[in-house]
Every structure is written in structure tokens, then in C-alpha cells.
Design a protein around this ligand. Structure first.
Ligand code: NAI
Ligand code: 15L
Length: 265
């Protein structure tokens, strides 16, 4: 690609992936509402609130790929979720439509299906079962992307990320973890594929105890290499295994299934 846009670049995942993007594009446009630090030679820094339609319009201009990580990433007040994840996503897709439909990788979430139990194996045909307003906003994002694909041919990879971090932080994440290396390889597959379409892809490493079946997306050639199992002994030593009826062990969405609906001020 000539210019790849990354939103949410100041966040946990954005910060981890940012330096790796140099190999995917000649220029990387790096964006967030939070401080982005200094620009590397191949980077352009653009501060932008995703809820601001005209700012997002300018942000997307000239980009031929978008790694969309920006937004509210946990359960929060609905007003905050609406701005970043609902209005923000609409702004992004309208901007993409106006600027040649760059391919998009949308960071969706396992919280679209958080109320499936951990003893269930599911694939992308399973109906959504979001576990909070955050999860609902990701369901909206997936539906919006699908509509832009059907109506206008806009291609998006809807990546339902499990837990993408340096290593799993609890026993649930032995199932949901995706390594940074595996995500990096997925980004390459998504943006290099001759034909993408609008697939849902489970963003998970090759964990022995994973719950999600990605066989429908084999055409992308993504073969995750990491396996969270190597962290099991470390986790067993660091913390007790949750009891079978605790949310962390019961539902795929773990603790998110217990979050309240947060009150507005
Ligand atoms: P994060 O919360 O650390 O980063 C999100 C970034 O989005 C922040 O830097 C924040 O400033 C920015 N942001 C929030 N509202 C914004 C707005 N109105 N305009 C512009 N930027 C805004 O989250 P993290 O962990 O880095 O996740 C990145 C994306 O991946 C999120 O969309 C999240 O929902 C998704 N995801 C992440 C998972 C993970 O394991 N890290 C799992 C599933 C989904
Ligand atoms: C998510 O969607 C969140 O953005 C992230 O912070 C993690 O909590 C992850 O899911 C998870 O389920 O572990």
C-alpha cells in the first residue's frame, strides 16, 4: 500500500502494532484523540475525534487501507460508546465511500458473542449474543460494514479479536489470546489478499483451548503460529483457577457479562 491509516494508534493494541506497520505501506497515517508522541520518518500524525465527521473525512483522504482500532474498547457509558463506536464508525465508512473505498480491517470483538458458554464451540454462523453495550456497538459495526459491502462493494475484514496482548492475563485468555505476531500476520493477509469480501474472522491464536472455528476464512491464508498453552503453568502458579460457576469460567465474554449498564452523569 502507498498509505495505510491506523486509528486508535495511542491505545494498547495500536501502540503495539504501530512500529510493525512500516512493512505494510510506504506511509503510515497514525491517528488518535490521545497523544501520539513523535512521528517516525514514514509516519504522518493526525489528531482526530472519530465522532467529528468532517475531520474523519479529511483523515481518510489519500489512504488505500485502514486499520481501524480506534474507539471505546470496554464497557462504558452509552454516550461515550455512541460517539466513538457508532457515529465514529458511520463517519469512517462515509469517508471511505467518498475516497475510493480503501480496504478496512475493523477491530470487532469477542464481546459480540460473549454470552455463549465456554463449553460451546462456535463458528461465524452463530447468532450474535453481545454481553453489554460495548458488544452491541461492535455488532452494529459489523452490520454497518456488511451493509456497505452489499450496497457499495466496500471490503472489510471483521476481526472479532479475543484478547490481543503480550500474554494471557487469566485462565480464560488461554482460549481467547491472540499474539501480536499472529495479528501482524493477519493484517498482512487481509491487505494483500486479491479478494477479501466482508468475512468475519476470529482474532485468536492457535490455542489448544480455543472456542472459535475459522475454517470459512482459510482462503485468506492466515495460519496463526502461537499457542497460549505455553503460559498455562505460569498462570496456574500466579492465580487460582476460577470456579466453574464464576463468570470468568462460565461465559466466553468472561467478566464483561457481569458489567452493569453504566449511568450517564
Ligand atoms: P484501547 O482503549 O487501549 O485503545 C483505543 C484507542 O481509541 C485509544 O487510544 C483511544 O484514545 C482511542 N479513541 C477512543 N475514542 C476515540 C474517539 N472518539 N476518536 C478517536 N480515537 C478514539 O483499546 P485496545 O485494547 O488498543 O483495542 C483496540 C481496538 O481493538 C478497539 O476497537 C477494541 O474494541 C478492539 N479490541 C481489542 C481487544 C484487545 O484484546 N486488545 C479485544 C477485542 C477488540
Ligand atoms: C475486548 O473487546 C477488549 O477491548 C479488551 O480490553 C479485552 O478485554 C478483550 O476484549 C477480552 O475479552 O479479553
Amino acid at each position: 500500500m502507498k498509505r495505510l491509516l491506523i486509528t486508535g494508534a495511542a491505545g494498547g493494541l495500536g501502540s503495539a502494532m504501530r512500529a510493525r506497520l512500516v512493512k505494510h505501506a510506504e506511509k503510515v497515517r497514525v491517528s488518535d484523540i490521545a497523544d501520539l508522541g513523535a512521528a517516525a520518518p514514514h509516519e504522518e500524525l493526525v489528531a482526530c475525534d472519530l465522532g467529528d465527521a468532517s475531520a474523519v473525512h479529511r483523515l481518510v483522504e489519500g489512504c488505500d487501507g485502514i486499520l481501524h482500532l480506534g474507539g471505546i474498547s470496554i464497557e462504558d457509558k452509552f454516550s461515550k460508546i455512541i460517539n466513538a463506536n457508532i457515529l465514529g464508525l458511520h463517519n469512517l465508512y462515509e469517508a471511505a465511500r467518498a475516497h475510493g473505498q480503501p480496504r478496512i480491517l475493523f477491530a470487532s470483538s469477542n464481546h459480540t458473542v460473549g454470552y455463549y458458554r465456554q463449553d460451546e464451540q462456535i463458528d461465524v454462523t452463530a447468532p450474535m449474543r453481545p454481553d453489554g453495550l460495548y458488544g452491541v456497538s461492535k455488532c452494529f459495526g459489523e452490520a454497518l460494514a456488511r451493509m456497505y459491502f452489499e450496497k457499495f462493494g466496500q471490503e472489510t475484514a471483521l476481526v472479532r479479536i479475543g484478547s490481543c496482548m503480550e500474554k494471557p492475563k487469566n485462565h480464560r485468555m488461554l482460549s481467547t489470546w491472540m499474539s501480536y505476531d499472529d495479528f501482524d500476520a493477519l493484517i498482512a493477509c487481509v491487505f494483500r489478499a486479491p479478494m477479501l469480501g466482508c468475512p468475519i474472522i476470529w482474532g485468536v491464536s492457535d490455542n489448544d483451548s480455543r472456542w472459535w472455528d475459522n475454517s470459512h476464512a482459510a482462503y485468506l491464508g492466515w495460519r496463526p503460529q502461537d499457542n497460549a498453552e505455553r503460559f498455562r503453568a505460569e498462570l496456574d502458579a500466579a492465580m487460582p483457577r476460577p470456579g466453574p460457576s464464576e463468570p470468568l469460567a462460565l461465559y466466553q465474554g468472561g467478566q464483561f457479562t457481569q458489567d452493569p449498564i453504566f449511568k450517564e452523569d
